[in-house]
Design a protein around this ligand. Structure first.
Ligand SMILES: O=C(O)c1cc(C(=O)O)c2c(n1)C(=O)C(=O)c1cc(C(=O)O)[nH]c1-2
Ligand SMILES: [Ca+2]
Length: 556
């Protein structure tokens, strides 16, 4: 059991101490920013391993090491929760949820815990929400959120605010009707549930023919951001289901959107849709980062999102509605012809939309997007917004197969094999591009890219930025974890890890020393994209699996 444990209050979540990392992205605004500045662009070359801890699990280790006063909490695929001493890596307790053996895990991962009060909350791949005693790991309650037999599954880290624990379900490829559900942190009682596809009679209900909204996707699988001043949570929604659009003509609200929900009631207050009638699996699940900044000379309370559709979107979140400000293409795109400068609505190039009666349709960015789920970061010191991007990658989909919703089956409209072998280079190109993965830095004030570090292979690495003028990220198939100068993009430090790094990095302090922490553990769609690249280049890349918590500090 843990010693003194400092309960996590609303006040602490709103104004997190620099030395802790209390929630998914470090703050409610979603910045992925640690103000700690002991490790800097000058001394990061002396970063070395403080300790490492093997989780004993395979597949995608994506959860951030979350730290509260010297105690660290990580999750693994299969929804295990491990409490560790943050300074030494000593295991304090481990929780394992019993999972149904026959359950399909379409995306075998878990993106972390939420801390609230003296509890730890985890949402599981069999669609339950679990409350644990932070000190002992003892299960306090377990609530069913969704039906795993209908292939609802949860991969995200919960969001905790104002006495509520909020979660959403995955299932854009299994025909769920997406939702965000809130549970009372104390009792586990369900407080509200808001669906992301509009029913007839509701605003947006006329954007779905017949009953298609009932299995229309719009799943929620990345933690929302939250603005305590307005009590609104910002959630990103996934792709509509099934992928071919023929049966669901219309905008399919609120898929491929950012929606804002009142945390007390769940009422949907506003939305912005990035991909009306999406046909490309462009989930826009990454919640926007909430940044008050200047944009082209004007002060704006923004919500910023690097879209899977390849555009960097800047919205104005002041006032009643989420309003379009600007959008900048950040990767090559042959699918969106234009974006309405007033409304932000995209116009597609119709021949790039896969569908009935069409043979192989080629489109860029690929179905994994300019960026998939991997979080961006914002550094208030540099004023720069950082994107882990994949550029020069496209995909091809064959003519869809007729598909009908059936509980417990996939509901995609294309054979999995076609999806896994669907990656392509840009049109007409035989050879692999010189670079694919990128870390990009954008100045929101000017709307210009300031630097880009380019990798020979793709990048599936969530980002951390710090008060020491650094950006950290992994994401490449060479197992490296790296540090860059946040202002210039210069590579300053790198170290190989046991597996590939698709984990969310964090930073914290214990006894006056700053640490950088990340999980190494390759899997899920980083591995599937590797299969797609290998299929094109004709050789097999092996990235070993197995999870390890890696914790670094400066050499003395
Ligand atoms: O539509 C959905 O519900 C859904 C869920 C998930 C998930 O829960 O991880 C992914 C996706 N879609 C998806 O399209 C995708 O590319 C993806 C990549 C990953 C991953 O962990 O690497 N998950 C998911
Ligand atoms: Ca999806």
């Amino acid at each position: 059991a843990l010693g003194d444990y400092a309960p996590v209050t609303d006040a602490r979540l709103k104004n997190p101490e620099a030395g802790n990392w209390l929630q998914y992205r470090g703050n409610y605004a979603g910045w992925g920013y640690s103000p700690l500045s002991q490790i800097t662009d000058k001394n990061v070359g002396k970063l070395q391993l403080a300790w490492a801890f093997a989780t004993g699990q395979k597949e995608g280790h994506q959860s951030p090491p979350i730290v509260n006063n010297g105690y660290m909490f990580v999750t693994t695929p299969g929804a295990q929760v491990i409490a560790l001493e943050a300074k030494t890596g000593k295991e304090l307790w481990r929780y394992k949820k019993e999972l149904p053996g026959e359950m399909l895990q379409l995306h075998p991962t878990n993106r972390g815990v939420a801390l609230y009060g003296d509890r730890v909350y985890v949402a599981t791949v069999d669609a339950h929400l679990v409350a644990l005693d932070a000190k002992t790991g003892k299960e306090l309650w377990v609530k069913q959120v969704g039906d795993w037999k209908a292939l609802q599954y949860i991969t995200l880290a919960p969001l905790a605010a104002k006495g509520k624990i909020m979660v959403g379900s995955s299932g854009g490829e299994t025909g769920v009707r997406g939702y965000v559900a809130a549970f009372d942190a104390q009792t586990g009682e369900e407080a509200w549930r808001t669906y992301t596809t509009a029913a007839p009679g509701e605003p947006g209900g006329d954007t779905w023919p017949g009953e298609t909204y009932k299995n229309g996707g719009g799943s929620i699988w990345i933690t929302g951001t939250y603005d305590p001043d307005t009590n609104l949570a910002y959630w990103g929604t996934g792709n509509p289901a099934p992928w071919p659009t023929e049966g669901r003509k219309g905008d399919n609200l609120y898929t491929g959107s950012t929606i804002t929900l009142d945390v007390d009631t769940g009422a949907l207050k506003s939305y912005f849709q990035y991909n009306p009638n999406d046909a490309w699996d462009w989930d826009e699940v990454s919640a926007p980062l909430l940044i008050d900044t200047e944009v082209k000379g004007k002060k704006v309370k923004t919500a910023v999102h690097a879209g899977r559709n390849g555009f960097l979107w800047v919205l104005d979140r002041d006032g009643q509605k989420l309003n379009f400000v600007d959008a900048y293409p950040y990767v090559n795109n042959n699918t969106i012809k234009s974006i309405d400068p007033k409304t932000g609505r995209p116009t597609y190039i119709e021949e790039r939309r896969p569908g009935m009666g069409k043979g192989n349709v080629h489109f860029c960015p690929s179905l994994w997007g300019g960026k998939d789920w991997t979080p961006e970061a914002y550094n208030p010191k540099t004023g720069l917004f950082y994107i882990p991007a994949n550029n020069n990658l496209c995909a091809e989909l064959p003519e869809p197969e007729p598909t009908k919703y059936k509980k417990g089956d996939l509901y995609i409209g294309y054979p999995i094999e076609a999806i896994l072998t669907g990656l392509r280079w840009e049109s007409g190109k035989k050879d692999a591009p010189k670079t694919m993965g990128e870390i990009q830095a954008w100045d929101l004030k000017t709307g210009k890219q300031v630097w880009a570090h380019k990798f020979p292979t793709f990048n599936w690495g969530p980002l951390l930025t710090t008060g020491g003028n650094l950006v950290f990220g992994g994401g490449t198939n060479d197992r490296m974890f790296r540090a860059f100068n946040a202002t210039t993009g210069k590579l300053l430090w790198e170290a190989a890890t046991p597996s590939g790094v698709t984990g969310v990095p964090t930073s914290f302090e214990v006894d006056g020393e700053q640490y950088i922490a990340v999980q190494s553990g390759w899997g899920v769609d980083a591995q599937r994209m590797q299969g797609g690249v290998d299929n094109l280049v004709g050789y097999q890349t092996v990235v070993p699996q197995g999870g390890t918590v890696m914790v670094y500090k400066l050499a003395k």
